[in-house]
Design a protein around this ligand. Structure first.
Ligand SMILES: [Fe+2]
Length: 137
């Protein structure tokens, strides 16, 4: 079996101003096999509107297939993903929380290809890949 030794994951690009202003960088990374992980707090808006909007766009384009708490330790950020689950359900449908919060992290650990998080019909309605995620576009 030809399994990768590790799956590279870029955490919370939606919080990096340079990446938000240059979405082609993220798309190029995705094409090279980098997985994108969104912070649950970004989806809930606690890091501001720019992070929330970018997180939503990355998920709708299926560029991001993982969402996590980004809690670096027992103190500080919450590991409660219920708000993210609600946001994912409303954004991508009722199956999305199970896939993005449960199945895909498990597949990473097994070295398997991640499950598709966006249906073809949803993808056809996504914004043009040439457009920026910034509000001023
Ligand atoms: Fe982090």
């Amino acid at each position: 079996m030809d399994m990768p030794l590790a799956t590279p994951i870029l955490a919370h690009p939606e919080r990096n101003r340079h990446l938000v202003e240059n979405p082609s960088i993220i798309r190029d990374l995705v094409k090279r096999g980098i997985e994108i992980q969104i912070n649950s707090g970004s989806l809930e808006g606690i890091f501001g509107e720019s992070a929330r909007r970018t997180a939503r766009c990355l998920l709708k384009e299926a560029a991001a297939r993982l969402v996590a708490s980004d809690a670096h330790g027992p103190l500080g950020r919450s590991t409660d993903l219920s708000g993210a689950a609600r946001a994912l359900s409303s954004l991508l449908g009722e199956e999305a929380p199970r896939l993005i919060l449960g199945e895909n992290p498990g597949l990473i650990l097994e070295g398997e290809e991640l499950a598709s998080t966006v249906s073809d019909s949803q993808l056809t309605s996504r914004p043009s890949r040439k457009r920026s995620w910034r509000r001023s576009r």
